[in-house]
Each structure stands twice: as structure tokens, then as C-alpha cells.
Design a protein around this ligand. Sequence first.
Ligand code: BGC
Ligand code: ZN
Length: 362
Amino acid sequence: MRAAAVFPDRKSLEVIDDFPEPRIGSPTEVKLRVLNVGVCGTDREIASFQYGFPPPAGSDFLVLGHECLGEIVEIGPEVTDLRLGDLVIPMVRRPCEHPECVACRAGRQDFCYTGDYRERGIKQMHGFLTEMIVDDARYMNPVPRAIRDVAVLVEPLTIAEKGLIQTLEIQARLPWGGVHNAIVLGAGPVGLLGAMALRRAGFAVTVYSRNREPNPSADIVKAIGAKYTSSQDRSIEQMAAETGNIDVVYEATGVSQFAFDVLAVLGTNGMFILTGVPGQHGPVGVDTDRIMRDLVLKNQCVLGTVNAGKDAFQKAVGDLAAFDSAWPEAVRSLITGRFPLERFAEPIRTQTGIKNIIEISR
Ligand code: BGC
Ligand code: ZN
């Protein structure tokens, strides 16, 4: 079977031709034919070999791929809720083994305390950039056939969904009615999917990003009824003045200085959601007095969020179907490049367009 992998020792990206086909080994497992796999910044970071993402024990390579759409081709005897031919999105993270990790023991490995969780295609487990995979049925999230063409966007959408689920829970601390203003930082796939989720949740949304108009991301932003503002045309203060009270910021750039500069204009009772993972570029100046005064005097909250639980996956499936009915062209234009497995390294090495996907099977 073919698989696309990174080899940390020789710092290379290679297609392997003889990767062993997995077999169902426990009665609760399912086997999937992989259809599509999305490429994202995490893959790019792994393939830059700067931070050392460990391959599985005993392997000198890591099969990449964590944003996957697959079709069920075999079912273990104890699986009752999935059928042959179902389309599913597998979750990424697997629990740590420490008995004291209450998060992993509760099936919430996205909140793992120990850090010994594993992630398919990222940390110590082979990913989905291959022809067939086997995994436990509990990690599978069914998606309707109607959204098959865009279903590979479910996993990156779960980042926003987890952030939004937590935001609504945290904001239940205060009277929270009417229309709220949300700023999305960044107009890549995570930002645009976040903007869609926020629009659907009823927010007035501004996407604040570097590129000037016209550009394809700005077109998508406008198609979903949100506003696009380029940081080259409007300073952070101008953008804030045009917005009114900034109730939510959804950060999707991974640029820490920019995020903390925008934190300074977060509104009263505001919520700042950080999702980017910056490289380590060393300290920069931040007005900590202003930030701390505002956090206290304006009841603000800063939330970091990673990975996602079953609730966010289910919400993402429902929301993606709703986005696809409301804004079919905008959703479809998020996917800007389709590559065969043999060419998987191209979209990883060079970021072009919005979301690139690898088509493994039709
Ligand atoms: C994935 C998450 C993962 C994170 C950190 C992201 O690209 O979407 O599932 O937890 O990378 O490894
Ligand atoms: Zn990703």
C-alpha cells in the first residue's frame, strides 16, 4: 500500500510503496478507505523538521495526514452504529495511558493533563495519508453524503467549534443577549471556517487579515455576510473603532505579537480565543499594564484551545452541512488545490491558495 511520510533522520518527504495494509485487530475497530486528506500548517511545521515530532516507536518515519475523510469498508463484529459505505471523519488525538489523567479517562483527550497523548499523523502515530486505515469505531464521526466534496474540512472546522462551545459556556457567566461583534484574525482555512461558524452562531463578523482586497479569501468573507478589513489599510485602533465593542476575537494566525496587539482592543466582557501555534522567535515588547488593567476592569477572558472532542466534531458536521446549503460557492472555494498522493509534498513545501487536499481515492 502507498503512504506519504516524513523521515526526520534524513529530513525528507517520501512516498512509501510497501507500507503494510492494516487489518482489523479488535472487535470494535473499523477499516476505512481513505478518500481525501487536507494539508495544513501543522504538516508544514512537521515537514520543516525544526521541532522534532516523534515517529511511532520503532519506526524511522511518520506517515502524515490528520484531516481525513474516509469510507468504511470493513466493520469489527462489535461495532453497531456504523455501516459499510458510511463516510466518516476520524478524530486525531488518542488518550494517554495514565490512570490519573481524568481528561483522557473521560474520553476528553483534547484536554489531556499529562501531555502523553498521541496524535495520528502528528505525534507518535502514523496518520491518514495512505490508502487504508484501521481505527476504533469510537473515533469515527459520520458525515452525510451530501457534503462529501467538502467533508475533509470538518477537522479544521472543529478548532472553531471547540472554541465556540467553550466561549458560549464561559459567557454564560454574564447577561449575554443580542448581536455580538467578533473579529477573526487571519483569512486562511482556520480563520475562514471560524468566520463561517461565528456567522452561523449569529455574530457580526469582521475578518482582519494582512492581504489587501481583492483576494479570494475576502470574496469568501463577503459571500458569508461578513466584513473584510486589511491590516495594511486599517490600523488595529481604526479597525476597533469601526467595530464597536469587540465581544469575541478568534485568532487564527499564529503570530503572537499581532495577537497581543489586538488583545489591547478587546471589548468589555470580551473573550479572546487563541488557536495559532507560533514558532519560538524570542521575546517582544507588550504593554502588560494596559492588558492586565483591561483584563481586570473589563472582565475579559483569554482562552487557548487545541484539538477537539466528540461534541465539536458533531457540531462541525452539522455546521458544515448548513454552510454548504447557505453558501455553497464560498464553502467550495475554500478548497483551492487537489493533488494525487504522489505529489503530496508540493502543497506541504509551498503554501498556495487556501486549502489544499490530497485525493487518495474517489
Ligand atoms: C490539529 C489538531 C492538533 C494540533 C496540534 C492541529 O493542526 O488540527 O487536531 O491537536 O494540530 O498537534
Ligand atoms: Zn490540521
